[in-house]
Structure formats: structure tokens, C-alpha cells
Ligand binder design. Structure first.
Ligand code: PLO
Length: 413
């Protein structure tokens, strides 16, 4: 039997993320939360997360969620767009999941994404050039690194990979921003979701007629052992790739830059060559990961969690993974888990990309983008520094994703 504690509210406006992460951690390995009116469990422990992420009784199908099937959660719920979504590798499990995911996962192995290196380097150089130009005319030489660098790079790369035209990028940026922001009125969010899916369904039709050298066309042409993907499934996968491929890597780059600029002694270690960029990336993933809370898995039967004192997740309940809290798990990373430390030896054991069958298929691509963007940025602007005191940096009102509102920097001088 579980005690029924007062649920911890999750602030949609993300005004004090450090405080919220600490409260979640203090409340235990699995915590009752109130997700904008919907009660759920969230996991804050590294060990429990790894255990549950491989439990086949926790599934992604929203029709297993008691609150949804009973009509208590409807399309009025601000987070519905994270769970009631088109069919894709994100919404399925077991054999169906493998059918929808395998081709994409194979195209995104560390070896295969190396082919994208010149593309990523090209975009990176273009953005750095534009930023240098922008700084010259900006008051005080201040540039916001989010729209100038961290923002456009991942979107350009994932659009290139999936065969989405560059001309489409500004609209995608605008629509996804509205989708994720908790300040967007719900009717507008639902309209945005419909618009996005419409765009991708149409794109699949166009590529069917004229396939290109891109992953979307590869999905269309794939036979998948006699069970080819439907138009809806391909559009769902394409949509998942675009959503997952930009928002998260933006956060990774900003998190690493923020960590380094607020810890100048550590930045020195990296620039001096005694700590690798890979170590910086893994520590950023642990300390301030791209995904704050991952929604959601549903229990198909009662699940007893021995790793959390025999705790029971009841059939039909929803389970969130609070990756930010998981990264700060003191029982796994030690008492200094809250501090950014690129010299810690266990940062690479982070589960920021998940674990088990749904582990992020784009992890290698994301790491490659960061491993190109970060050294290039600091090589071009060696005296890069924050333009505002660190305490003034704010998170954007996005509940699920780690979204820094802005990262104003001074490039040189
Ligand atoms: C975005 C809305 C789409 O309709 C469906 C979808 C698929 C993949 C999800 C994405 C949504 C949101 C961001 C997610 C991504 C998978 C990885 C990414 C959750 C719900 C992360 C981990 O942030």
C-alpha cells in the first residue's frame, strides 16, 4: 500500500526549477505529483528509472491511462499534446514499436551520423559568421546565443536529415514554440497541433510522389518485412523526429555553455585541453538535461517497485520520468550532485537520453552536434562571457522541456 501524500505541484511557468528539482528529490524515489490537475507519479531516482524504463508493463499507449479513458483528462488539459499524439515510435511498444523505430535507429548510429559532420560544420560556421556580424551593430556587442546559434543549428540539421525544406524552418520554429509554451491558450495549442500534423501528412504525400535522398523517403520506401508504414505512421515519425531533434539539442548546447560560462575555472580546463568536450557534454546532460519531465508511461497492471520499498504503481496510473531530478540523484552521483563539475568521473552514466527500448535514437546525432558546436563557438570567441549576472537567466514557461528563455553573451573584448 502506498501512503497518499499531498501531491507536489509542478509549476508550468518554471519560475524556480532548482527549488522544484530539490523538492522532488527530497520527496523520495517515486513522488506523487499534480500535473496541472492530473495526478501522476514521477521518478526521481537513477536506479528506479533504469528499472522502470525496461518494464514492459509500463507502456506509451494513452488508452491505458485511467484518467484519459474515464474522461477526467480531456483535450482541455494543457499537456495533452505530449501524450495523445499521432501514431509513431513514440507511442507504441513491443513489435509495433520495433516496426516503426528500427529503420530510424539504424540511420542514426554513431557511425552513420558521422556522414552529417560536414553538414553540421557548415551550418555552425555560417551561424558563427552571422553572429560576429550581428555583434558589431548590437548595443554593447550583446548577442542572445539562443536565437543566434543554439536555436537554428539543431533545426537545420534535423530538417536536412528528414528532407524538410529550409524554407519551412521559420514556420516550424514558430509552431513548436507555441506548442511547447505553457502560455499558449489551449485552443491555439490544439490548432497548432492540427496544423503541424497537416503539414507533415502533406509532406509525406509529396515525397511519395517524388522521393528524395532523405530519411523520410527511406521510411516511405521501406517494406518492413511486408508491413510498410502507413502515411499516418510516417508523418508521426517525421513529426517526432522534428520535435525531438530540435528542442532538446538546443537545450543541450545552452546548458553546456551556461555551465562553462558560470564556472570559468572549468572553462579554462577545457580550453587548455585537460578536459574533453565529451566530458562537458555528459556533465551538461546530467546537471541540466534537455528534458525536465518526460510524459508518460501507463501501467497495464499493478507494478511493485522493490527498488522503492515495495511501492505499487497501480494499473492505469501514469508515470513520468523527471530527468532533471534523476541527474541530481545524490545516492547515485554523491552529495555534490547539484554542482556542475566536468571532472566528475561518472557523468557519462547519466540517463538523460532515457534507457531501454525507447532510449533516444538520436542520441549520437545530438552528441555530435554539441561536440561540433561547442568547440567551434569557443574557438571563434575565446573571451565569450555572460552579458548578465547568472541569477538573471530565466527558464521559459515550458513544463516538460528545459528551455532557457535567453542566453545573452558578449562575444569578445
Ligand atoms: C511532440 C508532439 C508530437 O505530436 C508527438 C511527439 C513525439 C515525440 C516527442 C515530442 C512529441 C515532444 C518532445 C519529445 C519527443 C520525443 C523526445 C522528446 C518528448 C510529444 C523529448 C525527450 O523531449
Amino acid at each position: 500500500m502506498n501512503a497518499s501524500p499531498t501531491p507536489l505541484s509542478i509549476d508550468p511557468l518554471v519560475q524556480d526549477l532548482d527549488g522544484e528539482t530539490a523538492r522532488l528529490r527530497a520527496a523520495g524515489p517515486i513522488v506523487r505529483i499534480d500535473l496541472l490537475g492530473a495526478p501522476a507519479w514521477t521518478v526521481t531516482s537513477h536506479t528506479v528509472a533504469r528499472r522502470l524504463l525496461t518494464d514492459a508493463r509500463l507502456v506509451k499507449d494513452i488508452n491505458q491511462w485511467g484518467l484519459f479513458t474515464s474522461g477526467q483528462v480531456t483535450h482541455d488539459w494543457p499537456l495533452i499534446g505530449m501524450v495523445d499524439v499521432p501514431p509513431s515510435m513514440f507511442t507504441t511498444d513491443g513489435a509495433e514499436h520495433r516496426r516503426l523505430r528500427t529503420k530510424i535507429a539504424q540511420a542514426l548510429t554513431a557511425r552513420r551520423v558521422e556522414d552529417l559532420r560536414p553538414v553540421i560544420e557548415g551550418y555552425t560556421e555560417q551561424l558563427l559568421d552571422a553572429m560576429a556580424g550581428q555583434a558589431k551593430s548590437a548595443p554593447g556587442g550583446v548577442v542572445d546565443l539562443k536565437p543566434a546559434f543554439a536555436g537554428p543549428l539543431p533545426m537545420s540539421v534535423v530538417c536536412h536529415l528528414m528532407g524538410v525544406a529550409e524554407a519551412e524552418i521559420p514556420r516550424q520554429m514558430r509552431l513548436w514554440k507555441a506548442f511547447f509554451s505553457m502560455l499558449t491558450p489551449q485552443d491555439e495549442r490544439l490548432a497548432v497541433m492540427a496544423e503541424i500534423y497537416g503539414i507533415f501528412l502533406k509532406m509525406v504525400e509529396e515525397k511519395k510522389a517524388a522521393p528524395g535522398d532523405d530519411l523520410t523517403s527511406a521510411l516511405i520506401l521501406a517494406d518492413e518485412g511486408g508491413a510498410p508504414m502507413s502515411r499516418e505512421e510516417i508523418a508521426g515519425n517525421l513529426q517526432s523526429m522534428i520535435a525531438a531533434g530540435h528542442e532538446t539539442t538546443i537545450a543541450l548546447i545552452l546548458s553546456a555553455v551556461r555551465g562553462l560560462l558560470t564556472h570559468p575555472a572549468q572553462l579554462e580546463l577545457v580550453l587548455g585541453g585537460s578536459v574533453s568536450w565529451e566530458a562537458v557534454i555528459e556533465e551538461a546532460l546530467r546537471w541540466d538535461p534537455p528534458v525536465t519531465h518526460l510524459l508518460m508511461r501507463f501501467a497495464t497492471e499493478d507494478v511493485v517497485v522493490d527498488e522503492a520499498g515495495g511501492f505499487v504503481i497501480e494499473k492505469g496510473e501514469g508515470v513520468v520520468m523527471s530527468y532533471r531530478a534523476i541527474g541530481r540523484d545524490t545516492s547515485f552521483y554523491g552529495d555534490d550532485a547539484d554542482s556542475f563539475d566536468i571532472t566528475r568521473t561518472d557523468a557519462a552514466r547519466n540517463v538523460a537520453f532515457g534507457h531501454g527500448p525507447h532510449i533516444c535514437p538520436g542520441a549520437a546525432l545530438s552528441r555530435l552536434e554539441a561536440a561540433i558546436a561547442l568547440p567551434a563557438l569557443f574557438a571563434r570567441f575565446p573571451s565569450l562571457r555572460l552579458a548578465v549576472p547568472a541569477q538573471e537567466l530565466r527558464k521559459a514557461p515550458v513544463l516538460t522541456q528545459n528551455d532557457l528563455e535567453a542566453l545573452p553573451v558578449v562575444l569578445e573584448g
